[in-house]
Design a protein around this ligand. Sequence first.
Ligand code: F6P
Length: 558
Amino acid sequence: MSSGPSESTREFDLTGSHAWQELSAHQPHVYAMHLREIFAVDPKRGAELTIDVGDLHIDYSKHRVLRETIELLLGLAREVGLAEKRDAMFWGEHINTSEDRAVLHTALRLPRDATLKVDGQDVVHDVHEVLDAMGAFTDKLRSGEWKGHTGKSIKTVVNIGIGGSDLGPVMVYQALRHYADTDIRCRFVSNVDPADLVSTLADLDPETTLFIIASKTFTTLETLTNASAARTWLLDKLGAGDDAVAKHFVAVSTNAEKVSAFGIDTANMFGFWDWVGGRYSVDSAIGLSVMAAIGKEAFADFLDGFNIVDRHFRTAPLHQNAPVILGLIGLWYSNFWDTASRVVLPYSNDLSRFAAYLQQLTMESNGKSVDTHGHHVTTDTGEIFWGEPGTNGQHAFYQLLHQGTRMVPADFIGFAEPTDDLPTADGTGSMHDLLMSNFFAQTKVLAFGKTADEVAAEGVDPHVVAHKVMPGNRPSTSILAPKLTPSVVGQLIALYEHQVFVEGAIWGINSFDQWGVELGKKQASELLKVITEDESPETHDDSSTDSLVRWYRTHRGR
Ligand code: F6P
């Protein structure tokens, strides 16, 4: 382990802390104010409650916070030792205590000339060794030099993985489709529902298809099942023996032994380390499919984007630190306003999987009910993330955002330059401007709404006035960037990764384990025997599942 400050082992009573008490006392004051009033008494906030980091321009002025609120939240951050906890992560301390591991996804994007020794190992050297191997491999794929079993070049890369071994690559591949500069295309299979694999392979030519089996542990049931089925498909279609596997299968994993047992030559394996959590791994070798599509240079830009935000998070004063401020605001609503969820609304179709990606990042990280000492937490934890790209969401769920009884803080993400543009119907405008006019209109209406007087002044039938009132006072963050580039995608991901850290550090939970997914996996394998073999479905301790299993067996003819 490298030197650095030790995380305090003292037990900390979060809700009893001075800062928490102050925030509780302050909340009713802010609650009583409408954002209209908050802006009226502080007209400069729109220009001043902003942070620029890298290419991102972040406006948090439309939040139900006063400048005093931010100070109090920063007081909470100081009282829990947020900066020390952050530094402990960057130094490689074993902050993932339940698994006794360092948490070092930030090392994946350090430049080649940086130094970081963790547990006696030069991790920067290791990271760049793998990046070089990935670069050499993807160069061969992209140039057509890598040939399949029958001598043809690869046209389609199919990534088989799930969770962090799928969501990141899918999201980034879609976001950066304009940077895919060869005729290699990627597809992704994750679900153990065979419909996923069957539909993905239906129109593929096995001679020109390469599979990346992406699994940190190489034990994940879905991935290994799909990988076996893919191997059978390939060998059957090619009429080939096992020797064809080496030309059509590569692996990304931390587990060389299991990769080899599966039949993939470890010479075709790209490694990473136990200090990279699955949901933090798109910038490791797990991003191999992305590199195959966009090339090693654009992938380096992607990593550099993360690093820009890492440096900001590590060095910017807390009051100008974007992940700190946004994480604290997320916590403010979760704990002092009882909001359960945050909606993420990218005004970019190319970010259509961003909310799904964030769901794993945030909810697998912070969906915990015990603190790092194993004691039950005394506050709610874990924001529920959801969302869809604008403007689609406007025609689906924005009604609830605008006029429903629940307050849902929203993150809007938009770009100055379009990835694609077309003229509007009258031929004079740009469809991208139309898209972005909706971004600005929605954030404005959510914040400021429309009063009954304003509605009535338009001559609306008095019976309908109440229905047309737009309450406003609904908070949002606006995140703007010049363009959806590889670096910007990296910046956006890191911005959310570090918000997760900020919230988890203050809640005192371990954001880097995920024990809650294990029992379901174990019981699925036990129930598989019950639904497929002649084992009795009667457990006598769960009449609901017993009866569902009986129904299933009957309808499967068993
Ligand atoms: O089941 C949850 C999980 O462990 C995630 O944390 C992880 O991203 C996913 O499964 C896939 O794991 P692996 O990469 O080891 O196949």
